[in-house]
Design a protein around this ligand. Structure first.
Ligand SMILES: N[C@@H](CCOP(=O)(O)O)C(=O)O
Length: 430
């Protein structure tokens, strides 16, 4: 598989080079030259396949010969070695629980896949690779856990000061060793802009071997397709494809869902469920993409004002917003609606939603007609946001032992202003 830059001014590369570079030299995101269509028989009989086999079949065409089949199977098997259940909450509404991995959020799948691909590509390489990543909450912990002690790799995580939950912060500030946390006095978009500036700095990229572990990197983005195939495998109404509601911040997850759908996984339509950071819902309504700063919300991992992956969604639909709108609707929920959703779902079904999943639940209910069956993508475990969740359910959450031990660890991070020269100096110290 070849990948081209969405800015159109860089040469095509294979999967290995796209993974190692993270972003194209012309600052564009890499995009696969073809959509790998799944055989109809496979989609029809998907229940007969193991999760590992499904993931392998979805991903292999995008990797091609860059990783030999035995090694790729090993990587895939290690990536999804935890449950990904589709739970029926009531007969029309299901939740795909993507939070049973080590850091209790959906990012574990992409981060584990990418870390294993990168360490495979880096073996025998004598230069140290610096993985740069910006996080609004969940990516940072997943990347820290996946890349911890990977030889020859240093990870630098930029996170917005005071804008991630205490558990999210512990996940990225406590591992130490090759994981370095930078607490930025700004918001997620500032962190993401600093990271993109580093990739565009020729002086820096000549001196350092830099790559990204955000979903701008194809090795982080593509594995997320697997969720949608596993949802279809477990979907009980095969003659009635689901409406799928996806909590959306940087839009990598929903974009991977759309790719899986265009490859052959049945979905009636998608809902991009956003919080008060509504740049994309407004764009859908008005056709104008305005720029405004992110506002902090209870679903902090979605506090993104300039979603990197939306350009990939447009590319999937021939850069035509009307084509996108034929398959996707975009909606917003306020924190008050998120709180009320957590309360109601707990009261009615005794199910505890995290704030991000609650945004998607509310988005589904606001945008489906009577009787339409749907899946809510459950992106994070409620324990990552105990104060907001316990306040709205009126019930105490049980802390899993892994979270309890995490909270007792010492955190370490470097504080930094939104200042590119400071970041460059920090990176050059490697
Ligand atoms: N929601 C993210 C923001 C970064 O998104 P990514 O998928 O591009 O890494 C987070 O939790 O950090």
């Amino acid at each position: 598989m070849q990948y081209y830059s969405l800015n159109g001014h860089s040469p095509m590369v294979d999967f290995k080079e796209a993974t190692i570079k993270g972003q194209a030299p012309d600052k564009g995101l890499y995009f696969p030259r073809e959509i790998a269509i799944l055989p109809k028989e496979f989609v029809k009989n998907i229940e007969e396949y193991s999760n590992e086999e499904i993931a392998y079949r979805l991903l292999q065409p995008y990797i091609g010969e860059d990783i030999e089949p035995g090694q790729l199977r090993k990587i895939v098997n290690e990536t999804i070695n935890f449950p990904i259940p589709l739970k029926e909450i009531e007969p029309s509404t299901f939740i795909l629980e993507l939070f049973h991995g080590p850091t209790l959020a959906f990012k574990d799948v992409g981060a584990r896949f990418m870390s294993r691909c990168l360490s495979w590509f880096a073996s025998g390489h004598d230069r140290k690779i610096i993985v740069l990543v910006a996080t609004s909450g969940d990516t940072g912990g997943a990347v820290a856990s996946s890349f911890y002690e990977v030889p020859n790799v240093e990870v630098v995580i930029l996170y917005p000061s005071g804008k991630v939950s205490p558990i999210q912060e512990k996940q990225l500030t406590t591992p130490g060793k090759n994981i370095h946390a930078l607490e930025i006095a700004g918001n997620f978009d500032d962190c993401q802009a600093l990271v993109k500036k580093a990739f565009a700095d020729n002086d820096l990229t000549r001196k350092l071997f830099l790559t990204s572990a955000n979903s701008i990197n194809v090795a982080r983005w593509l594995p997320q397709q697997v969720y949608y195939a596993l949802a279809w495998k477990q979907w009980p109404y095969k003659n009635e494809p689901p409406v799928v509601s996806v909590p959306s911040g940087n839009f990598g997850n929903i974009c991977a869902g759309l790719l899986a759908h265009l490859s052959g996984i049945p979905v009636k339509r998608f809902i991009a469920a956003c919080n008060a950071n509504d740049v994309i819902p407004q764009y859908f309504q008005t056709g104008n993409r305005i720029s405004k700063p992110a506002v902090p919300t209870a679903s902090n991992a979605m506090d993104v004002a300039d979603p990197s992956n939306f350009i990939r969604i447009l590319e999937l639909f021939e850069r035509n917003l009307d084509n996108v709108k034929a398959k996707v609707c975009a909606t917003t929920s306020s924190d008050a609606e998120t709180a009320a959703t957590i309360h109601e779902v707990f009261q009615q079904y005794n199910y505890t939603l995290d704030p991000h999943t609650a945004v998607a639940w509310n988005g589904l209910n606001k945008n489906r007609s009577h009787g339409e069956k749907g899946i809510v993508i459950g992106t994070a475990h409620p324990i990552k946001f105990p104060d907001f969740v316990e306040y709205n359910t009126g019930s105490k959450l049980a802390y899993p032992p892994s979270v309890q031990s995490l909270l007792s660890l010492d955190a370490s991070s470097t504080q930094m202003k939104v200042d590119y020269p400071d970041l460059k100096e920090f990176l050059l110290a490697f």
